[in-house]
Design a protein around this ligand. Structure first.
Ligand code: DSN
Length: 412
């Protein structure tokens, strides 16, 4: 794919080749990752990386932007069509800056906001104490119920009415169930808050119609473009027209400088791909695969938080298995299965060595795997986790993984 580099810089070329080889020979199961198409890669590596274009289409601070205007407008229009959004800003560098830009646009420092606790499935930028969000604003956190490990909407409503936050942020990074955006929007309306959701993980599932959409009612929606949406690493903000001007101003000049137009070109390509009917089939398969994997893991004796999944991810509770999340992550790495250790709700362990692992099916689905392969993948995970300190057994699983991967090569 990158033949010129081979001669120009063999050192970097070689590392890229090794990473490509790794990606093709492991079961990459981190739910926030995906494999982009070659057209998306090509757009990302395009000459738009050379251009400065501070401002917005037709209102730039530098000359020479006639084509960046066109490419940015293509991205904006396709995103509007894809999600039914009124106003779109495609300039955020990633999901975290997108969320911060929304707070910066719509709040004063110190204002009260509500977001889902990271420990129960939220995100750092939804108000964690070590994050800018939790330092600059007064976050009240909500979470899941102890009984069914699902979002406790009654408790959320009570807290919202008592605390009267200015924004209620929904969205998650480690929550395997459908989020009821409608109910959250109604709670926000009841307490006079703006409803904001971060759909980074599930954007592709929303496009495919396998997850409830927050449109048209949610007032501000942020996303990354590189997860289930299968685009380049980047962010985007969509909102009701009334918030558009403030949000644009917060992104630039408020927080960012020159937009990454090569990434914006790749976002446009990704949105074009996601507008095709086959993307719906793909999104549906991600969920079918997650459900098949859930069945296989449960059949192998692993407990899933909430008892299953509605989306692309699974959270496995290892607390009664005699292995920590960190030990399981390391063991699975040795078996060429890439996952991440993760807190489970009400975890008694610490974030660096929690009780769970988080798994997802987007990458394997992009590679063409279906339910029958998920059964096999589940069997391999159960075997590796069960024998997490048996090096010979892990080597054995690794050989099986490499064999399975041979039939699902992606970049050629
Ligand atoms: N790091 C992402 C994830 O893995 O869910 C969220 O930003």
């Amino acid at each position: 794919m990158i033949d010129l580099l081979k001669e120009a810089d063999p050192e970097v070329y070689s590392v890229i080749q090794q990473e490509l080889h790794r990606q093709m020979n492991v079961l990459e199961m981190i739910p926030s990752e995906n494999l982009v198409s070659e057209p998306v890669l090509e757009a990302m590596g395009s000459v738009f990386t050379n251009k400065y274009s501070e401002g917005y289409p037709h209102k730039r601070y530098y000359g020479g932007n006639e084509f960046t205007d066109i490419v940015e407008e293509i991205a904006i229009n396709r995103a509007k069509q894809l999600f039914g959004a009124e106003h779109v800003n495609v300039q955020p560098y990633s999901g975290s800056p997108a969320n911060i830009a929304v707070y910066f646009a719509l709040l004063q420092f110190g204002d009260k906001v509500m977001g889902m606790s990271l420990a129960e499935g939220g995100h750092l930028t939804h108000g964690h104490a070590v994050n800018f969000s939790g330092r600059a604003y007064k976050f009240v956190q909500y979470g899941v119920s102890r009984e069914d490990e699902r979002i406790d909407y009654d408790a959320m409503r009570k807290t919202a009415l008592a605390e009267k936050p200015k924004i209620i942020v929904s969205g998650a990074t480690a929550y395997s169930r459908e989020i009821d955006f409608k109910q959250i929007h109604e709670i926000a309306q009841e307490c006079g808050a703006i409803s904001m959701t971060d759909i980074a993980h599930i954007a592709g599932l929303i496009v495919a119609g396998v997850h409830q959409s927050p449109f048209p009612f949610t007032e501000v929606v942020t996303t990354t473009t590189h997860k289930t949406l299968r685009g380049p690493r980047g962010g985007m903000i969509m909102c009701k027209e009334q918030y558009g001007q403030a949000i644009d101003k917060a992104v630039f000049p408020g927080l960012q400088g020159g937009p990454h137009e090569h990434t914006i070109a790749a976002k446009a390509v990704c949105f074009g791909e996601a507008l095709k009917p086959e993307f719906k089939t793909y999104g549906k398969q991600i969920v079918k695969n997650a459900k098949a994997l859930a069945d296989a893991l449960q059949a192998g004796g692993l407990r899933l938080v909430t008892g299953g999944t509605d989306n692309h991810l699974l959270l496995v509770d290892l607390s009664d298995k005699g292995v920590s999340g960190k030990e399981a992550e390391i063991a699975l790495d040795k078996a060429n299965i890439t996952v991440n250790k993760n807190m489970i709700p009400f975890d008694k362990r610490k974030p660096f060595d929690p009780s769970g692992i988080r798994l997802g099916t987007p990458v394997l689905t992009t590679r063409g795997m279906k339910e029958s392969e998920m059964k096999e993948v589940g069997r391999l995970i159960v075997k590796a986790v069960g024998k997490w300190n048996d090096e010979a057994m892990l080597a054995n699983v690794k050989a099986e993984v490499i064999d399975l991967c041979k039939d699902f090569q992606f970049y050629r």
